[in-house]
Design a protein around this ligand. Structure first.
Ligand code: NAD
Length: 323
C-alpha cells in the first residue's frame, strides 16, 4: 500500500478531484484540496468536511500558493475541463494550464514531492492516428476555439517535462480520456450528464451531427485509480493514457440512456461543433504495462450508477421543494 503522506489536490472541488480526495483519504493520505470554484463547488467535497485529515482551501493557482507544510504528492487537476466551461473561460483556462501548472510545480518542487499532471486526450486534437498511442503528436488547430484548452494542456505537458528533465523534478503525466460518473454537473455540457438529464426531464436527447462519432467513456472510479497508480509510481513520467478502450458511438450511448431511464422522448440532431473530434479511443497498453492499470467498470454498469445518482439528486431537490 502506498504511503501518501500529505497530498495536495489542485482542482479538488471539481468532478474528478472530489472523487480523488475521497479515495486518497481512504488510503490514509492527509489531503489538502485547493480550488477557486471556477467550475467546481464545495458541495463536491462537503461529505469530507468533518474528516480529520481533510482540508479545503480556497486558492487560485494562477497566483503562487503557500504549501503551509511538507508535501509528498501533488495532483494538479485545476483547470476548466468541459467545452462550455473553457469556451466561457478562455483566458482563465490558458492561465490555469500555464501559470497554474507553474505554481503547482513549485508546490511540489520545494519539498521534492511527486507531481502528477491531469492532462487530456485533447492533446491529440482531431486525431489522424487511431487508436491514439502516447507516441502520437496530435492534430490541434492552434487558433481554433478549443485551442484554449488543448494548447494549455500541451504547454502544461511541455513545462512538466522540462521540470523533470532540467530540474530533476519527479513528474508524471496522465492523458485522461472522457470520464463520467456521479457528481458531474448536470449543466456541464458533457455528453453523459446532458443525455441523462434530458432523459430524466422527458426532453429529446440532442445529438451532434449524425451521432456516428465515437467516444470511449471511462467510469470515474477507474480514472481515479489510474491517476493514483501513476502518483504511486515515483520516477514514471509517461505520458500515460488513462481511459477506456470500450468505444461506442454517440447514437448507441443515446440508446443505452434511453433503455436505462425508460425515456420515450426521442432524439433531435443538431450541428456538430467546430473542431469536435470524430473518433476517440485510447491505446492503453502502456498503462497496463507501467502501472498494471486497466478500467474495470463496463459502460452499462457505470451508466446505471450515474443515472441512479442523478435520480437521487432530483428526488432530494423534489423533497426540498415539497418541504
Ligand atoms: P472540473 O471542472 O469539474 O474540475 C476542475 C476544478 O479545477 C474545478 O473545481 C475548478 O473550480 C478548479 N479550478 C479551475 N481553475 C482553477 C484555478 N485557477 N485555481 C484553482 N482551481 C481551479 O473538471 P474535471 O472533469 O474534474 O477535470 C479535472 C481535471 O482533469 C482537469 O484538469 C481536466 O483537464 C482533466 N481531465 C478531465 C477529463 C474528464 O473527462 N473529466 C478528461 C481529461 C482531462
Amino acid at each position: 500500500m502506498t504511503h501518501w503522506g500529505r497530498t495536495v489536490v489542485t482542482g479538488g472541488a471539481g468532478f474528478l478531484g472530489g472523487h480523488l480526495c475521497e479515495r486518497l483519504l481512504e488510503q490514509g493520505a492527509e489531503v489538502v484540496c485547493l480550488d477557486n470554484f471556477a467550475t467546481g463547488r464545495p458541495g463536491n467535497v462537503e461529505h469530507l468536511f468533518g474528516h480529520p485529515r481533510f482540508r479545503l482551501r480556497e486558492a487560485d493557482l494562477v497566483r503562487p500558493v503557500e504549501a503551509e507544510g511538507p508535501v509528498d504528492t501533488v495532483f494538479h487537476l485545476a483547470s476548466a475541463a468541459s467545452p462550455p466551461d473553457y469556451l466561457r473561460l478562455p483566458v482563465e483556462t490558458l492561465e490555469a494550464g500555464s501559470l497554474g501548472t507553474r505554481n503547482a510545480l513549485a508546490l511540489a518542487e520545494e519539498g521534492g514531492a511527486r507531481f502528477v499532471l491531469a492532462s487530456t486526450s485533447e492533446v491529440y486534437g482531431d486525431p489522424l492516428e487511431y487508436p491514439q498511442r502516447e507516441t502520437y503528436w496530435g492534430n490541434v488547430n492552434p487558433v481554433g476555439p478549443r485551442s484554449v484548452y488543448d494548447e494549455a494542456k500541451r504547454y502544461a505537458e511541455s513545462l512538466v517535462m522540462a521540470h523533470g528533465r532540467a530540474r530533476g523534478a519527479d513528474v508524471g503525466i496522465a492523458r485522461i480520456f472522457n470520464s463520467y460518473g456521479p457528481r458531474m454537473r448536470a449543466d456541464d455540457g458533457r455528453l453523459v450528464p446532458t443525455f441523462v438529464n434530458q432523459a430524466l426531464e422527458g426532453r429529446p436527447l440532442t445529438v451532434a451531427g449524425d451521432g456516428q462519432q465515437t467516444r470511449s467513456l471511462c467510469y470515474v472510479d477507474d480514472t481515479v485509480r489510474g491517476l493514483m497508480a501513476l502518483g504511486a509510481r515515483r520516477g514514471v513520467r509517461g505520458p500515460v493514457n488513462i481511459g477506456s478502450d470500450e468505444e461506442l458511438s454517440v447514437i448507441s450511448l443515446v440508446g443505452l440512456v434511453a433503455s436505462l431511464t425508460g425515456t420515450r422522448s426521442g432524439v433531435v440532431f443538431v450541428e456538430r461543433p467546430e473542431d469536435d473530434p470524430r473518433f476517440r479511443r485510447p491505446d492503453i497498453r502502456l498503462a497496463r504495462e507501467l502501472l498494471g492499470w486497466e478500467p474495470r467498470t463496463r459502460v452499462r454498469e457505470g451508466m446505471r450508477r450515474t443515472i441512479d445518482h442523478f435520480v437521487e439528486l432530483r428526488n432530494r431537490s423534489g423533497r426540498a421543494v415539497a418541504s
